[in-house]
Design a protein around this ligand. Structure first.
Ligand code: C2E
Ligand code: MG
Ligand code: MG
Ligand code: MG
Length: 275
């Protein structure tokens, strides 16, 4: 009988769906204000060499929500991507990381530390992304060679030509690139060969069972061999045990990141751990 009442008569009302839509709208509003309200924090997770010496850190974003507490990026980065908020948020991350690099450059103990910054697809696809990186470097006075941008396979593959052009331009500034979560995407070796990468980051899903699962062990060894053949640097993420570290080290991966060394921590704690 909906037909007789006209098309406006067809109504869907699902209270649960309605509640979910409203909750999302609320979070979106809050996320929109989070930058102004200075609710974002950067945590630093150390990266070390075979002897446990610090090489640098990866900066990982946190949202300090007044009610929800510390919100992890998995819970808000997708929404930030969908809404375009990732662009100003990502810029803030880059600015904050570069200011930190500059501060570290003043101290002999910290001046060689690198910082790795995650870049998301929406950010990288900005037509002026290269100019943004350049001006952040200039404004901060950070040494470009100490800044590393982490890309993922899926974002790189969306437009390979544009990606390569942008990467080349950014590399001319002196910045380096790491391929995050390597092995979880779809990148073919054909593309990998063409990308001006400096480093490959072995995904934690392969590291987890590397000492017990022969398949993971084979994959990890293959990734390491491939990086060596291509002249790339390699680092493993998600290293939680000494056995994993030893396996990786023995097979040619000499840079590590994971809970074995430290969880991501606020800056003060990171600085204290260096001393
Ligand atoms: P990712 O870049 O692959 O970062 C590594 C994630 O693994 C981090 O999660 C880190 O806390 C976690 N992790 C490190 N070591 C270990 C370990 O030994 N064991 C286990 N189980 N986990 C470990 P987190 O901080 O929750 O970040 C999740 C993801 O969110 C990141 O994955 C990255 O894709 C994204 N993300 C974080 N910060 C930013 C940012 O500033 N911008 C963008 N675009 N994405 C970010
Ligand atoms: Mg990363
Ligand atoms: Mg990763
Ligand atoms: Mg990951």
């Amino acid at each position: 009988q909906a037909k007789t009442e006209g098309r406006n008569a067809i109504r869907f009302y699902d209270p649960e769906m309605q509640a979910a839509i409203e909750a999302r709208a609320d979070i979106e509003d809050e996320l929109r204000q989070a930058l102004d309200k200075q609710q974002f924090r950067l945590h630093y997770q150390i990266q070390v060499d075979s002897l446990g010496r610090p090489l640098g850190a990866e900066v990982l974003l946190r949202w300090e929500h007044p009610v929800r507490g510390l919100v992890s990026p998995a819970q808000f980065i997708p929404l930030a991507e969908d809404t375009g908020l990732i662009v100003p948020i990502g810029l803030w991350v880059l600015q904050t990381a570069c200011a930190q690099l500059k501060a570290w450059q003043q101290d002999a103990m910290t001046r060689d530390l690198t910082l790795a910054v995650n870049v998301s697809a929406g950010q990288f696809r900005q037509p002026d992304f290269v100019a943004q990186v350049q001006s952040v470097l200039l404004e901060s006075g950070a040494k470009p060679s100490l800044l590393k941008l982490e890309l993922t396979e899926s974002m790189v593959l969306k437009n390979v030509e544009d990606t390569i052009t942008k990467m080349r331009e950014i590399k001319l500034l002196g910045v380096s690139f790491s391929m995050d979560d390597f092995g979880t995407g779809y990148s073919s070796l054909q593309y990998l060969k063409r990308l001006p990468l400096d480093q490959i980051k072995i995904d934690q899903s392969f590291v987890r069972d590397v000492t017990s699962d022969p398949n993971d062990a084979a994959i990890v060894q293959t990734i390491i061999a491939m990086t060596q053949a291509l002249g790339l640097n390699v680092i493993a993420e998600g290293v939680e045990t000494a056995a994993q570290r030893d396996f990786l080290d023995k097979h040619g991966c000499h840079a590590f990141q994971g809970y074995l060394f430290s969880k991501p921590v606020p800056l003060e704690q990171f600085a204290a751990s260096l001393r």
